[in-house]
Design a protein around this ligand. Structure first.
Ligand SMILES: Cc1cc2nc3c(=O)[nH]c(=O)nc-3n(C[C@H](O)[C@H](O)[C@H](O)COP(=O)(O)OP(=O)(O)OC[C@H]3O[C@@H](n4cnc5c(N)ncnc54)[C@H](O)[C@@H]3O)c2cc1C
Length: 401
């Protein structure tokens, strides 16, 4: 019988398993795919990710991020440069594989190609069932992503309400480094390539282009809260305009659609022996779609809570997980929802934000802090509001109305 079974080997699962194993727990991680597996993702890491990890990831970083360009619906272009910013771009197949190896190094037993189907409560813990196999543990963590089987099995959630998810279509597009530098860098060097964001691409959302050394991640996504859109048509239009403006023909062989659970801290993320982490818990920024940082932090917190519960022989201690998550992330998610409800309400608001930021270096700094997660979103919200009210009171009123 294991102390802890973690279902799912994304960033949340591998870092949960590693942190529990480092505290002395006997941990089993079950993953349905085989590593390195592909995962649709922009691959942008905020500096907070590297601060949360207890090991170096420089060998798998494709680019340090210092430049961002936002194209407003009118075509207005806001260029934001921040030399001291430390955002990073990675490829998820490499990043997730690296993290799972770090879990194994800490003593975690990893079984790949095992898809968990259901669970059963037993007297001293939980039995986890896959096709033809079963595994027992005292505690269980659901790190199995947006369509979490564990959330359903323990009765926390059957499906996401429409206002909690964004729908995305994205593609990883192979390109030679020279071509990436040509389309995304102001001086033609790869080191100075920028991430680009296109709020015009889709209503209540945005498009993006994030460079890696040998490919770009191109995508669009929108919040389903407002209305159901024909995303396929918006995607085709977006790709066509991108190709025309950049003078390029894209290979779209690796494209697919995906749902992202948008963040708000739900009241219930644990049961007597189970905790949900990462996307399974819905921990993704509603402004930028950043989820890797929250996946890693929630995983580490759950790993620590699990080790305390096992050492005290007190399974209900896992309830502490919700309190700790709330303490760390509640203010952050409420600020993020406040900003995203303004920014994604209409094209007019996005246009106004870009107009204000175009010639205001301080607002630009705050925008890049928002995009890169350089500081906590609640602090940025406060600074942004003060700046708008002091310097542009009438426009601030139009924005906040
Ligand atoms: C298009 C797109 C772009 C994004 N861009 C960014 C970005 O640039 N930066 C950022 O920070 N975030 C981004 N995100 C969000 C980010 O990808 C997620 O928040 C993050 O992957 C969450 O990690 P996780 O470990 O919780 O879940 P996942 O990474 O989804 O991992 C879950 C794992 O569980 C496994 N699994 C699922 N079901 C089972 C089962 N029944 N049995 C066993 N294993 C199972 C899966 O195979 C998977 O490996 C993006 C998301 C999308 C869709």
């Amino acid at each position: 019988m294991y102390d802890l079974i973690v279902v799912g080997g994304g960033p949340a699962g591998s870092m949960c398993a590693r942190s529990a194993a480092l505290k002395g727990l006997d941990v089993l991680l079950l993953e349905k795919e085989k590593f390195p597996r592909t995962k649709l993702c922009g691959g942008a890491l905020s500096p907070r990710v590297t601060e949360s990890l207890d090991f170096d990831i420089s060998s798998i970083i494709h680019l340090e991020l210092h430049h961002a360009i936002v194209y407003a619906p009118s075509g207005r272009k806001v260029v934001v440069n921040k030399e001291d910013a430390k955002g990073y771009l990675i490829k998820r197949n490499e990043f997730d594989h690296f993290l799972i190896q770090k879990a194994m190094e800490a003593g975690v037993t990893v079984l790949e190609g095992v898809k968990v189907q259901s669970i059963e409560q037993i007297r001293s813990g939980v039995r986890v069932l896959s096709h033809g196999d079963s595994f027992k543990s005292h505690l269980l963590v659901g790190a199995d992503g947006v369509n979490s089987t564990i959330a359903r099995a323990v009765g926390i959630r059957n499906k996401w309400p429409p206002d909690r998810v964004a729908l995305c279509i994205a593609a990883d597009i192979p390109l030679p480094p020279k071509e990436i530098a040509r389309i995304l860098s102001s001086d033609g060097t790869y080191e100075n390539a920028a991430i680009e964001m296109y709020p015009w691409a889709v209503e209540h959302g945005y498009g993006w282009c994030f460079p890696k050394r040998d490919e770009i991640s191109l995508g669009i996504g929108y919040k389903m809260k407002h209305q159901v859109l024909d995303l396929r048509t918006a995607w085709k239009k977006f790709v066509k305009k991108f190709e025309t403006e950049k003078g390029i023909k894209l290979d779209l062989s690796f494209q697919s659609s995906y749902r992202v659970p948008l963040g708000r801290l739900d009241k219930r993320l644990s049961t007597r022996r189970t905790m949900l982490v990462g996307d399974a818990a819905g921990l993704v920024s509603p402004i930028t779609g950043e989820g890797i940082h929250y996946a890693i932090r929630s995983g580490i917190i759950a790993g620590h809570v699990a080790s305390e519960a096992v050492k005290d022989k007190n399974p209900p201690h896992v309830r502490m997980y919700e309190d700790r998550l709330k303490k760390e992330m509640n203010a952050e998610f409420s600020a993020a929802n406040f900003v995203s409800n303004i920014a994604f309400k209409s094209e007019k608001k996005i246009e106004l934000i870009c107009e204000l930021a175009e010639n205001d270096l301080i607002l630009q700094d705050q925008m890049i802090d928002l995009v890169l997660g350089t500081r906590s979103i609640s602090k940025i919200r406060m600074d942004l509001t003060m700046r708008l009210l002091r310097h542009y009171p009438r426009k601030a009123f139009r924005l906040l109305r």
